[in-house]
Design a binder for this molecule. Structure first.
Ligand code: KG4
Ligand code: ZN
Length: 318
């Protein structure tokens, strides 16, 4: 079954063709990221206007790359929510129009659940685990979400907990902004942190009643106070701040997701979302998993960020 996926939840416009929920024959991504950089964050009005410009050529390219025509498509999948309303509407309207004119089924997909599904897509030289790896705990860490799920099947995902304030990626972006590192903050903090390993700066981790909930606004405020206090001193070192901030965020993500696996007696952990590209998170989760016999999976880098292959892939099971 060839499913054409469409994803327009934020600043990326993506279309992909995925066969039988597994093999990505194409995954085209256009982004308006550069248009937002001067503002230090996504401007929804700009994002939705770019979606309108990008959507038709991106879908055309996805079909061309897959060497398929619209007649070869068996169903159309589209991100239904969550996301920016204007951006979502572009993809949904386009997908609905295609579905009506071609008389093919339209499958609405939840963006967060699709981020976890990205682990099961065969993409370039990435070989995914078998679907038998379920049940799993799913950790979704993106610019908009930080959530833990228990996944019995892709039709039955139970939300265990989520952030009570900022998402992990949002914290990376906000801290990068106050360190004057530009947008998005995750990749640059990841890079600088490698040069900033230290034991001197310690930022807190939130303690919450629910073992599965997260909070990152405290560490962000701690970084703000630290910079205000130390900026004029000779020992002020942005790389070290980036490292210590990242350690705090990654530390709590690792601790809670491994604990979730242990408490629910589940030995597979699926990570997804933009922050899953973080090198420290990848390394520390794999190490922690190895120690206690938990298999940790990350999608290939291109499928950590927003993409339509994960939408088309999950739609097959729905
Ligand atoms: O999943 P995504 O593309 O969009 C959302 O659905 O939000 O995630 C984007 C987020 C941004 O906040 C960005 O700073 C973060 O992912 N990110 C990273 C890294 N690469 C992207 N955060 C930490 N380390 C990275 N290497
Ligand atoms: Zn996303």
């Amino acid at each position: 079954m060839n499913i054409l996926g469409i994803e327009t939840s934020c600043d990326e416009t993506s279309a992909a063709v995925v066969v039988d929920g597994k093999l990505a024959k194409s995954n085209i991504v256009a982004t308006s990221l550069k248009d937002h950089q001067a503002f230090g964050g996504i401007i929804p009005e700009i994002a939705s206007r770019r979606q309108i410009e990008f959507i038709a050529p991106v879908v055309t390219q996805a079909l061309e790359k897959a060497n398929l025509g619209l007649d070869d498509i068996d169903a159309i999948a589209v991100t239904q929510s969550p996301g920016l309303m204007g951006s979502l509407l572009v993809g949904i309207s386009y997908a609905r129009a295609l579905s009506r004119t071609l008389n093919k089924k339209l499958i609405p997909v939840n963006h967060i659940q699709a981020h976890m599904y990205a682990n099961f897509i065969q993409y370039n030289d990435y070989q995914p685990p078998s679907i038998d790896a379920l049940p799993a705990i799913g950790l979704v860490v993106s610019g908009g979400h930080t959530s833990l799920y228990e996944i019995k099947s892709f039709k039955a995902m139970k939300l265990l907990g989520q952030t009570q304030d900022d998402a992990a990626g949002e914290a990376f972006d906000k801290v990068a902004r106050l360190l004057e590192l530009g947008y998005p903050g995750g990749p640059v903090i990841d890079r600088l942190a490698r040069e900033g390993v230290n034991n001197t700066i310690r930022f807190p981790q939130a303690h919450l009643d629910s073992p599965y909930d997260f909070s990152f606004s405290g560490v962000k405020t701690a970084v703000l106070y630290y910079t205000q206090k130390h900026k004029a001193t000779p020992t002020y070192n942005v790389n070290q701040i980036a490292y210590s901030f990242q350690e705090s965020v990654v530390g709590s993500l690792v601790k809670k997701s491994i604990e979730a696996c242990q408490k629910r007696r589940i030995s597979t952990l699926l990570v997804g979302g933009g922050v899953a590209a973080n090198s420290a998170l990848r390394q520390q989760l794999v190490n922690a998993g190895n120690k206690v016999g938990i298999n940790v999976y990350f999608p290939p880098m291109a499928l950590c960020l927003d993409n339509a292959a994960m939408i088309a892939g999950l739609a097959f099971h729905l």
